[in-house]
Design a protein around this ligand. Structure first.
Ligand SMILES: [Zn+2]
Length: 250
């Protein structure tokens, strides 16, 4: 089983409560301008190699950057971008995967709808998720800055909203985000390896649970900028982060 299939099935383990039925999708860069992404309608829990389709990323990124187009055009571009015209249709969220890979340099992308995170994303406190870091390991694993994208219709409108917020983040910070929160929807994790994608997803769920606990007790107390910056640049933490990216974290 490939790393991507293993990651996909692991994310769908029922105890994790990240996805049910055909929710969620994963992808990986396989070559310059080509990604492997989950096919539309297939289940993560039972994924095999046959549930993934090779897709050219450039037409998808260009579609997201273009002026208005309709659902029929999106469908056509998604189907035409397949390397093998006999392969299944890629997920509609392939547009977002292409952005994460081509515009933010991700090697592996994992999109899930975690119940613990969505409880906050579906509330009026969603902005607290990106208001700051609550604990040191959150900074090490998820980075100091994450992205929050307002609700948009899944598909092209959502991809355009993600592109806008991703570009805003890239202009502000010196590295791409590891986590993109989608209001009333779920999360995208951008990683250097399958192991890192799982680790960042796990930490994102943990951070959401801690935030929910803090909000239930009182007002969340975030690390100060200086405290978060210190964790972000400590040599021992940089070492841990490098090991995580390479996939030898566990
Ligand atoms: Zn989704």
């Amino acid at each position: 089983m490939t790393d991507l299939v293993t990651l996909t099935r692991t994310l769908a383990e029922p105890d994790r409560d990240l996805v049910v039925l055909a929710e969620g999708n994963t992808s990986t860069r396989v070559d310059d301008g080509v990604m492997l992404v989950k096919a539309s309608g297939s289940k993560m829990a039972t994924a095999t190699d046959r549930d993934f389709v090779e897709v050219r990323t450039t037409p998808l990124v260009e579609l997201v950057a273009s002026a208005e187009s309709d659902d029929a055009e999106v469908n056509r571009v998604l189907l035409d971008a397949r390397l093998d015209s006999g392969a299944p249709k890629p997920s509609m969220e392939a547009l977002l995967h292409a952005l994460c890979i081509e515009e933010a340099g991700a090697e592996v992308v994992a999109h899930t709808h975690p119940t613990a995170v969505n409880g906050i994303l579906c509330s009026d406190r969603a902005a607290e998720l990106v208001a700051g870091a609550l604990f040191p390991d959150q900074v090490v694993v998820m980075g100091r800055h994450t992205v929050l994208v307002p609700y948009a219709d899944p598909g092209l409108a959502l991809a355009r909203a993600v592109r806008t917020e991703l570009h805003r983040h890239l202009a502000q910070h010196d590295r791409p985000p590891k986590v993109i929160y989608l209001v009333n929807h779920g999360i995208f994790v951008l990683a250097a390896s399958a192991d890192e994608a799982l680790a960042v997803t796990e930490m994102t769920v943990k951070a959401a649970r801690i935030l929910a606990g803090a909000l239930a007790v009182g007002k969340p107390t975030y690390l100060t900028d200086a405290e978060a910056e210190r964790i972000d640049t400590r040599p021992d933490e940089l070492h841990r982060r490098q090991r995580l990216a390479k996939g030898d974290s566990r």
